[in-house]
Design a protein around this ligand. Sequence first.
Ligand SMILES: C=C(O[C@@H]1C=C(C(=O)O)C=C[C@H]1O)C(=O)O
Length: 101
Amino acid sequence: MTERVGELLTEVLERNGLSTEDLISIWFTATPDLHSDFPAAAARRLGIADVPLICAQELEVAGAMPRVVRILAHTETELPRSGIQHVYLGAAAALRKDIAQ
Ligand SMILES: C=C(O[C@@H]1C=C(C(=O)O)C=C[C@H]1O)C(=O)O
């Protein structure tokens, strides 16, 4: 969990020219089949300590992609909405081909 959450957070920050100082809060969801850790705990271990974090369980919808952690990050940025890079790693890239970079 720590490794994969770190990879996702790093890509989100790097692709959008952000640092951890720009983070306001982060919402994580994990699919119901993930039990090893809280994604927020993984983020804190990566040094994101003074940011409010919350974890929630993704809806259990038949046929949904398993083993996915999602991040919804609220950040400071001067980027227009059209300039924001949305990050979908691995198999999750198939979820939102319309906005995945
Ligand atoms: C199917 C997905 O997952 C679910 C559906 C979403 C949607 O329809 O926008 C967003 C997050 C998840 O609740 C997805 O991320 O594409």
